[in-house]
Write a protein that binds this ligand. Structure first.
Ligand code: NAD
Length: 436
């Protein structure tokens, strides 16, 4: 191909995740342009630069009054990247390492994700720089409600719609809705946030949706490459919402073996397979740890990334698949369940080794797709049943996967570049038609 994707990252070191330069959309776009892939001449450098710039960045200092009466100022961010195709949409993360650069990068990813899977949203992301495990439930509730108050009319059902991400869950979404509803009683306030509990306008399939989408990607990949999914051994990094449901559905519905699982505190490996439900139950009884689990071998946490497996699913944080991991992995397919889990160097090695990579904007789009269903149902006050939600999710994920494969094959490029190619064409078309 001549130009290496990694070189392009070095040339445009704009986006960072976890403090490191990451693989970004602009990289793919410039690469696409240099390779003459876009036929629309209006997709030029100025448009690309505009589309990679965030429309609005909100930085907040939230005063949290702790249970013991002391004051704890907390930094929070909401970045709205692009809304050419619809209201801004993206999760809120609570993590001590959250910073503006990371939120900006993730907001950017959301724009391309929603475009790729063709739902009428733009991209945004939010974060609070706090370790939620150090806060009581009362403090978390106060902090969440204070965040909503600080955001004011910068969020709303037709403006910007948050959702869960790392360390935020249905409960946090219910608090967001409640606080917003106090001052917005006549504007379908349920639709201000997705990922809510079913008792408060949520969608039965939302919690598992991102993991289910990951499983669908594995199933479709097996069809594409003519593999028997039941013969595959799968390693999963991260056992939270996404990692747990991905592992569970891949094991219970597709029949593949889960051989390795890690969480922030450790990892386990069993070549004969791990019972996902049993491990989850154990984890919840032993304060989030796998320590002492006797049905699999305890191994160093990060060894899950390079353990003997056919499928590697990074479902934790950014930058997990480094050059070293990419060189060592025995996996033939990597499904990026997390956002930005592959470093530019790791990406290069995977590409050179011919390892099929399902990029995060495709692999973890299941969550935002079902969020879209939740949002439309909140606006219409008409709720679908679980089976319909799952069937519609499946249909959209399958279409997006094969759209990417078609572009890959037609243009002889990798899946990541193909995914960004499709997304850019859609966002650029909307922006140009709207007269941006
Ligand atoms: P979560 O907080 O529910 O789970 C995160 C998991 O990762 C936990 O099990 C944690 O222990 C583990 N973890 C943290 N650091 C680790 C490390 N160094 N090694 C191994 N495990 C580690 O978060 P989540 O919602 O499952 O999100 C995971 C990833 O998926 C994030 O990158 C997020 O942005 C992305 N994502 C989530 C959704 C969603 O619907 N929740 C949607 C799209 C993308």
């Amino acid at each position: 191909m001549g130009i290496k994707e990694k070189d392009m990252v070095d040339e445009f070191p704009k986006n960072t995740l976890g403090g490191k330069t990451c693989y970004n959309a602009e990289t793919c776009f410039i690469l696409n342009r240099k390779q003459g892939l876009h036929k629309n001449e209006k997709i030029d450098d100025t448009l690309l630069s505009y589309l990679n710039t965030c429309k609005r960045e909100i930085i907040m200092e939230i005063p949290l009054r702790k249970d013991d009466g002391t004051l704890m100022p907390v930094k929070a961010y909401r970045v709205q990247h692009n809304n050419a195709r619809g209201p801004f949409k993206g999760g809120i993360r609570y993590h001590q390492d959250v910073d503006l650069a990371e939120v900006r990068t993730m907001a950017n990813l959301m724009t391309w994700k929603t475009a790729l899977v063709d739902i009428p949203f733009g991209g945004a992301k939010g974060g609070i720089a706090v370790n939620p495990k150090e806060l009581s439930e009362h403090e978390l509730r106060r902090l969440t409600k204070a965040l909503v108050a600080h955001l004011g009319d910068n969020i709303g059902p037709h403006i910007d719609i948050p959702a869960p991400d790392v360390n935020t869950n249905q409960q946090v979404m219910a608090w967001i809705f409640d606080e917003y509803a106090k001052s917005h009683q006549s504007t379908s306030p349920l639709a201000v946030v997705t990922g809510k509990p079913v008792e408060v306008g949520g969608c039965s399939a939302r919690e598992e949706a991102t993991g289910r989408g990951v499983a669908i990607m594995l199933r479709e990949h097996c069809k594409y490459r003519n593999k028997d999914v039941k013969e595959l051994r799968v390693a999963v990094q991260g056992f939270g919402n996404v990692g747990y449901f991905a592992a569970k559905i891949i094991n219970e519905e597709l029949g593949a073996k889960i051989v390795g699982v890690s969480n922030a505190m450790g990892a386990v490996y069993n070549a004969d397979g791990i019972n996902v439900e049993d491990l989850k139950e154990y984890e919840s009884t032993v304060s989030d740890s796998f320590k002492g689990y006797i049905k699999a071998k305890e191994v160093p946490r990060d060894s899950v990334l390079t353990c003997e497996c056919d499928v590697l699913i990074p479902a934790a944080l950014a930058n997990a698949i480094t050059k070293e991991v990419a060189e060592k992995t025995t996996a033939q397919i990597v499904i990026e369940a997390a956002n930005g889990p592959t470093t530019p160097e790791g990406n290069e090695v995977l590409f050179e080794r011919g390892i099929f990579l399902v990029p995060s904007i495709l692999a973890n789009a299941g969550g935002v797709i079902v969020s879209y269903f939740e949002w439309t149902q909140n606006l219409q006050q008409y709720y679908w049943e679980y089976d319909r939600l799952v069937a519609e999710l499946d249909k959209r994920m399958v279409k997006a996967f094969w759209d990417v494969v078609d572009v890959m094959e037609e243009k002889n490029i990798g899946a990541r570049q193909a995914a960004y190619f499709i997304a850019l064409e859609k966002v650029a078309a909307a922006a140009l038609l709207r007269g941006f």
